[in-house]
Design a binder for this molecule. Structure first.
Ligand SMILES: *[C@@H]1O[C@H](CO)[C@@H](O)[C@H](O)[C@H]1NC(C)=O
Ligand SMILES: *[C@@H]1O[C@H](CO)[C@@H](O)[C@H](O)[C@H]1NC(C)=O
Ligand SMILES: *[C@@H]1O[C@H](CO)[C@@H](O)[C@H](O)[C@H]1NC(C)=O
Ligand SMILES: CC(=O)N[C@H]1CO[C@H](CO)[C@@H](O)[C@@H]1O
Length: 492
C-alpha cells in the first residue's frame, strides 16, 4: 500500500513546485519553431525570452532541456486524463484524474493543474492467510518390497483463510521408506524362437490336415524368482501354425484291380482270358511315378465245367472159339465154316462226350484148326538175340528157327454161316505142326554162341532203364542147349 501511495505523493509534490514557480516570461527558455502534438521541434535557440519566443503562437518552448515542452498558444485547460487505477487492490481506495494548463500565459486561476479524486474498490474484502492443522500420521509405505515413499498431509483449516487467502507452505510431505524386503521377480517371456521346420515338405491333396510348424518361447526374460515366489509367465509357451504355400506331394500311380477284357477262351476246363487294369487307383499326380509293369496280362480262367471226353475203343478182345452155331459135332480140322466173335468196350466217355463209332462186337467166319496135326515147315533163322547175362561172366547170344504149320487149301472165300453171302474165312486155333526133327528137336531149334569182345559193365556204360526193361521181357531166354518150346499160332 505504501508503493501505491508513493507516486501520488510525488505528483502532489511536483504539482506544488509548479504551482509555486515564478511567473512566466520572466526567464529565458529554449525556443522551438514548431509545437506539434505536445513536443517541441526545430530548436531555434537557447536563452530566448519566453515573451519573444511566443510572439508566434505556433512556436513552443522549454524552460530547461528536461522540462516539458510548452505551446506558445494562449493558455487553456487540457482535456481530463483518464482515471488512474484504484489505489488499493482490496477494500476502499481512491482514483484520480487531472487537467493541465497548456499554452502561453495563465489559465483561470494561477494553478497550472487541476485534480479530481474519487473513491474506488476493486474487491470488497482483502485476503487473510489461513493456518495449518497438525500433520496427519505418516501413511504406510507405498510398496511392500524394496523402497517406496510415505506421506503425511495437513489441512489449511486452522483457521481457514478468508477472501482468497491461503496457507504458506505445502500441504503434504513425502519421505522415502525402505521395506527391507526383496521384491519377487515376475516371469516374463523371452522372444519366440524361430519357427521350426514343417512336419512335411509337401501337403497331400484333399487331406484336411496340412503340415504344421512349431515354435516356442521360454519364460526367462526374466524367469520368475523362487524366493520370494514370482508370478509365472501367462500365456502359451508353444504355438503351432499351418504351413502355407507348400507344394502338393507327388502321388505315385497305383493299379486298379485286374478286370477281364475278354471272355474265357473255352467253355469248359481251364482257358485263357485277357485282363486289363487301369493306373487310376490313384492316377499319378504332381510328378508322381507311373504305375510299374504292364496294364495287360493273360490269365488262366477256370470255367469249372468239365469238358466232354469222347469214348475210346479198347483193344479188341480175343476171338472166341470157332464154332458153328446149331452144329453139335466138332468142326475142327475140317473144311466147315464156323463163326467166332470178339468184342471191345468204349472206355473213358464222360460229360456228354462222343460215343465210340462203330460196333463193339465183330464176327468173322473161321476154320477151326485147334489141336489139328498139320505138316510143318521150319522157318528161317531168326536174328540173333541179346547177349545174356548182360553183365555176368561169359555171355551168350541165341537165335532160333521154329516149326510152322502149313494150312490146308480150303476155299478162303465161301458162303458164311446162315447163308449170309460170300465171306472171307480165317484159320483159327493152335495146330500141332509136324516137321522133320532137327537134332531131335521138333518144334524149335535154338542156336547159342558166346558173345565176343564184351566190355565189363560199369557206371559209365549204364543203360537207360527202358532198354533194360525191354531186354527183360523180350527175346529168347538164355539156354545152353536146344530146347522145345510150345508154339502158339492162334493169335497170328
Ligand atoms: C483434513 O480434512 C479432512 C476433511 O475434513 C479430514 O478428513 C482429515 O482428517 C483432515 N486431516 C488432518 C490432518 O486434520
Ligand atoms: C466181351 O464180352 C464178354 C462177355 O460179355 C466179356 O466178359 C469181355 O470182357 C468182353 N471183352 C471185351 C474186350 O470187352
Ligand atoms: C475178303 O477179303 C478181301 C481182301 O482182304 C476183301 O477185298 C473182300 O472184300 C473180302 N470179302 C468179304 C466178303 O468180306
Ligand atoms: C479146293 C482145292 O483146290 N482142293 C485141292 C487141294 O489139294 C489137294 C491135293 O493136295 C487136291 O486134291 C484138291 O483138289
Amino acid at each position: 500500500m505504501e508503493g501505491v501511495k508513493t507516486p501520488a505523493l510525488l505528483l502532489v509534490t511536483i504539482w506544488l513546485c509548479w504551482a509555486l514557480a515564478p511567473p512566466a516570461g520572466a526567464e529565458d527558455v529554449l525556443c522551438y519553431e514548431r509545437f506539434e502534438t505536445g513536443s517541441c521541434q526545430d530548436l531555434l535557440g537557447e536563452g530566448v525570452a519566453q515573451e519573444d519566443c511566443c510572439l508566434n503562437p505556433n512556436y513552443g518552448y522549454q524552460l530547461h532541456p528536461e522540462a516539458p515542452c510548452q505551446s506558445c498558444r494562449p493558455a487553456e485547460w487540457s482535456a481530463w486524463t483518464p482515471w488512474s487505477s484504484c489505489s488499493v487492490s482490496c477494500g476502499e481506495g481512491m482514483r484520480r484524474r487531472s487537467q493541465t494548463c497548456q499554452g502561453h500565459g495563465q489559465c483561470q486561476g494561477v494553478q497550472r493543474r487541476k485534480w479530481e479524486t474519487q473513491a474506488c474498490s476493486l474487491k470488497d474484502c482483502c485476503p487473510v492467510m489461513g493456518g495449518w492443522s497438525a500433520w496427519s500420521p505418516w501413511s504406510s509405505c507405498s510398496v511392500t518390497c524394496a523402497q517406496g515413499v510415505k506421506q503425511r498431509v495437513r489441512n489449511c483449516t486452522e483457521p481457514t483463510p478468508i477472501c482468497g487467502g491461503s496457507c504458506l507452505g505445502h500441504n503434504s510431505e513425502t519421505l522415502l521408506c525402505n521395506t527391507y524386503k526383496i521384491c519377487p521377480t515376475h516371469g516374463n517371456w523371452g522372444n519366440w524362437e524361430p519357427w521350426g521346420p514343417c512336419s512335411a515338405t509337401c501337403s497331400l491333396e484333399g487331406v484336411e490336415r496340412k503340415p504344421t510348424q512349431h515354435r516356442r518361447r521360454v519364460c526367462d526374460s526374466p524367469a520368475p524368482s523362487s524366493i520370494p515366489p514370482g508370478l509365472p509367465c501367462s500365456g502359451a509357451s508353444n504355438e503351432d501354425r499351418t504351413c502355407a504355400l507348400l507344394p502338393y506331394c507327388p502321388v505315385d500311380g497305383s493299379w486298379s484291380n485286374w478286370q477281364s477284357s475278354s471272355p474265357c477262351s473255352v467253355t469248359c476246363g481251364l482257358g485263357r482270358t485277357k485282363e486289363k487294369r487301369l493306373c487310376n487307383n490313384p492316377a499319378p499326380q504332381h510328378g508322381g511315378k507311373a504305375c510299374p509293369g504292364s496294364d495287360t496280362r493273360s490269365q488262366f480262367c477256370n470255367t469249372k465245367i468239365p469238358c466232354p471226353v469222347d469214348g475210346q475203343w479198347s483193344e479188341w478182345g480175343k476171338w472166341s472159339e470157332c464154332l458153328r452155331p446149331g452144329y453139335t459135332g466138332k468142326i475142327n480140322c475140317q473144311e466147315i465154316v464156323g463163326q467166332q466173335k470178339r468184342n471191345r468196350t468204349c472206355k473213358g466217355r464222360s460229360h456228354d462226350g462222343k460215343r465210340c463209332e462203330g460196333s463193339y462186337i465183330e464176327f468173322r467166319s473161321c476154320y477151326n484148326m485147334h489141336l489139328c496135326i498139320r505138316e510143318g515147315q521150319w522157318s528161317e533163322w531168326s536174328s540173333w538175340g541179346l547177349c545174356m547175362p548182360a553183365c555176368g561172366e561169359n555171355p551168350i547170344k541165341s537165335r532160333k528157327r521154329m516149326c510152322q504149320p502149313t494150312y490146308p487149301n480150303y476155299s478162303m472165300v465161301t458162303q458164311g454161316v446162315g447163308n449170309t453171302g460170300s465171306v472171307n474165312v480165317s484159320f483159327w486155333g493152335t495146330p500141332y505142326p509136324r516137321c522133320q526133327p532137327i537134332n531131335g528137336q521138333k518144334k524149335e531149334v535154338v542156336e547159342s554162341e558166346p558173345c565176343l569182345n564184351i566190355l565189363p559193365c560199369s557206371e559209365e556204360y549204364e543203360l537207360p532203364p527202358f532198354l533194360e526193361d525191354h531186354s527183360a521181357n523180350a527175346g529168347p531166354q538164355p539156354s545152353p542147349d536146344f530146347k522145345f518150346v510150345e508154339y502158339n499160332a492162334g493169335e497170328a
